[in-house]
Design a protein around this ligand. Structure first.
Ligand code: ZN
Length: 467
């Protein structure tokens, strides 16, 4: 075997070889592997296996998946792309994962300001929804949310709202990745008369979307205080049978926990534990009120916690103890919650707020560093939704869910560390490109699958109807 033959690479997805030279005059060029897209960028932040930025990087994509990530010279030397895109002022990161929201609530943006949670919900939100909700409303509100999320770099979102089939249709039409938690509520609503009907309809949707490349259907009991014990037990049983996640609002504020004590004689966390719902499949949203023992219980059962700091602060609900949870080994993800309590669907703004809260509440500036917050906004979210083997980081084999931020504007200069610029520099408006599963949905700030003018006009019409 010659020297050259011994040095030929056996795979194209591992470490790539430098161009080889045989003898002293004949250049040997290894065969190039074809791929669909090669993205050249100033920085690439893969998040995993390493969260260190790669300077002057390239990402090769074949079909819907990433096939290589690394220094540009290495990737370019090994791949023959159909299309090359050069982003020489940009940072490319994994698509952001919004792990909790109610997309169609964009139509209630600004409708209930400066109210405590229970009044916000009982006096304004639920009556407005009861009066105005329809399939068209959910379609128009969801389309509006999808356009906003995409322009903020969100490629995967979780949703819990009425007409989950309509939400799934909107996401599929836009080309975005969605985990739709079909809503389970005891009281009659526009989508279901009771929890049994919600479970029945939701599981039928699960069958419809079982093999869909973009949409996952999961269980969404709204909260322990709006779903009966019997329905929660059925949810636990069916979710375990189908091996599906369960998302629920849990311990959002102190009044909710006090109410639990008077209704079931214990906190909702102990109550859900008794019903068998604490498990790695549970996505517990909010969790601002936690005793040490409850925190241990959550850690013991590997429950995922979804932190929605903006919504929690706006409704004066409390602060999720993210650092204590993380130190106990709990996976924490980030969510925007609905636009009626936020009012923006900007996940990097949530990451920044979460970092500031963690630093302030711990009195320790070393907590919640930028790399950890970016991981929480990407891989942490994917893990919470059970999608971490497919998305959440830029690694060969994973789906090509990518976002490019143009950090060339003077307001970011000089960029010393692109990761801290992403978390603390408020760069959401600098998103230039978004790909989901290798498909470009947003290019040079233009939507490729959505008619943004029509979406905006439809939303404006609802403002005059919903009040
Ligand atoms: Zn919520």
């Amino acid at each position: 075997m010659t020297d050259v033959a011994r040095r030929l690479p056996s795979t194209r997805t591992g470490t790539l070889p430098a161009p080889l030279r045989a003898g002293n005059s004949v250049a040997y060029n290894p065969p190039m592997t074809p791929c669909d897209l090669l993205i050249q960028c100033r920085w690439c932040i893969p998040v995993a296996p390493s969260d260190a930025p790669i300077d002057d990087a390239a990402i090769a994509v074949a079909g819907e998946r990433i096939v290589a990530v690394g220094p540009r010279a290495e990737v370019e030397g090994a791949f023959a792309p159909q299309t090359v895109i050069s982003l020489d002022r940009h940072a490319v990161i994994p698509g952001l994962v919004n792990a909790h929201g109610h997309a169609a609530m964009t139509l209630l943006r600004g409708a209930a300001e400066d109210l405590p949670l229970q009044d916000w919900l009982n006096e304004v939100i639920w009556p407005l929804e009861a009066a105005h909700l329809s399939r068209d409303y959910v379609r128009d509100g969801t389309d509006l949310a999808l356009a906003e999320m995409l322009s903020m770099g969100i490629t995967t979102f979780s949703d819990m709202y009425y007409f989950p089939d309509e939400v799934a249709r909107c996401a599929a039409r836009a080309g975005m990745r969605a985990e739709v938690a079909f809503p389970i509520l005891d009281f009659p609503n526009i989508w279901s008369r009771n929890a049994d009907e919600a479970l029945h309809k939701g599981m039928s949707l699960y069958d419809d979307y079982r093999d869909d490349p973009l949409i996952d259907m999961v269980f969404g009991p709204h909260a322990a205080y709006t779903v009966s014990r019997e329905a929660l037990e059925k949810t636990a049983m069916y979710a375990e049978e189908l091996n599906r996640p369960v998302q629920t609002h849990l311990h959002e504020n102190a009044a909710e926990v006090a109410d639990a004590r008077s209704r079931v004689g214990q906190s909702w966390i102990y109550y859900l534990h008794e019903l068998g719902l604490l498990s790695p499949s549970l996505q517990a949203v909010h969790m601002t009120q936690l005793t040490d023992h409850e925190l241990d219980l959550v850690a013991l059962h590997n429950v995922n916690v979804i932190h929605c700091p903006h919504s929690n602060l706006k409704l004066a609900s409390g602060i999720c103890p993210v650092e204590r949870l993380s130190e106990a080994g709990v996976n924490v993800a980030l969510g925007t919650d609905g636009a009626a309590s936020n009012n923006a669907l900007d996940l990097l703004a949530e990451a920044r707020l979460a970092a500031l809260l963690a630093k302030q509440t711990s009195g320790d500036t070393t907590k919640a560093d930028a790399a950890r917050m970016l991981r929480m906004a990407t891989l942490g979210g994917a893990r919470a939704l059970g999608l971490h083997k497919e998305t959440g980081s830029l690694e060969p084999g994973k789906l090509a869910d990518l976002v490019a931020f143009d950090l060339g504007a003077p307001r970011f200069a000089p960029v010393r560390d692109p990761v801290s610029t992403l978390i603390h520099g408020a760069p959401s408006g600098a998103v230039s490109h978004v790909w989901v599963g290798g498909r470009c949905l947003y290019e040079d700030k233009g939507f490729k699958t959505m008619d943004i003018d029509a979406i905006g006009a439809r939303a404006e019409r609802w403002r005059d109807i919903v009040h």
